[in-house]
Design a protein around this ligand. Structure first.
Ligand code: MLT
Length: 265
């Protein structure tokens, strides 16, 4: 389905009356990133997936995005699907969007799953690195970027033993427009610090992180979970930054158990 007002590609899978769960993908991917979760959990929950503006099949437009706009889009996906309150599940950049949405629109959430993400904004060094990445993407296109990016987001064992995952990740990123990617990098570089509001989150939270996540390591995840009143932390053995694709069984088990707990409240 395309939600008319915002031209975002979105899908809803699973029983209409089931607990709604909105899955927010990471950079520079699209909603296909959640295929292993949709396949495993669609019998029990209503899974909403969408392509973040500028990525996947959603409209690229002028390429000028902010976290605020991404949160507006998330709200319009929920509204477009007729969903008042949902569990949010965001990975990495999806987690940045979800953290800001929890801060800004807390009444829309029944629970949250924060995967391989952090509440802190970029450091100055990180912002300068984003600017370099933007320049390189514009000058050289996808492939040189992917050469550096893929080994950072996948664990060494995944790179060695799961060529299908490597291929899938590269294919999704190659499918994404350079302008959309640059816009996402700018939005991430300008995002605010959501750490001060972690203590005000009033819904159950699951923090999931790959044991070998080199971008947002388990210590970062632990610190974030410690600040949230009702949070559990699960570290997924052997997984890197894209834990849902690298270790789908463990990820789905943890996610499914958490959603059952939210549903039972
Ligand atoms: C992501 O995985 O969504 C991004 O790599 C996160 C980031 O660059 O901060």
């Amino acid at each position: 389905m395309t939600t008319g007002a915002t031209e975002l590609e979105a899908s809803s899978t699973g029983p209409a009356g089931a607990l709604p769960v909105v899955l927010i993908h990471g950079f520079p991917f699209d909603r296909r990133m959640w295929e292993p979760q949709v396949r495993a959990l669609k019998g029990r929950f209503r899974l909403l997936t969408y392509d973040v503006r500028g990525l996947g099949r959603s409209r690229v437009g002028d390429g000028q995005y902010t976290m605020e706009l991404y949160v507006d889009d998330l709200m319009s996906v929920l509204d477009g699907m007729g969903v008042d309150r949902a569990v949010g599940c965001g990975l990495s950049m999806g987690g940045y969007i979800l953290l800001r949405a929890l801060e800004r629109e807390p009444e829309r959430f029944l629970g949250a799953v924060l995967c391989d993400t952090r509440s802190q904004p970029d450091t100055d060094e990180g912002r300068i690195e984003r600017a370099r990445t933007i320049r390189r993407l514009k000058e050289e296109g996808h492939d040189p970027f992917l050469k550096g990016f893929v080994p950072r987001v996948l664990a060494p064992a995944t790179l060695r033993d799961q060529p299908d995952v490597v291929e899938r990740v590269e294919a999704m990123a190659r499918d994404t427009s350079i302008r959309g990617m640059c816009g996402a990098l700018l939005a991430m570089a300008a995002r605010t610090d959501t750490t001060p509001s972690l203590g005000r989150i009033r819904v159950p939270v699951l923090v999931l992180v790959g044991e070998r996540d080199a971008l947002t390591d388990p210590e970062v995840a632990r610190e974030m979970a410690d600040r949230i009143p009702e949070a559990d932390l699960r570290v997924l053995p052997g997984a890197g930054h894209l834990s849902n694709l690298e270790r789908p069984e463990g990820f789905n088990r943890a996610l499914g158990q958490f959603l059952e707990r939210v549903e039972a409240r």
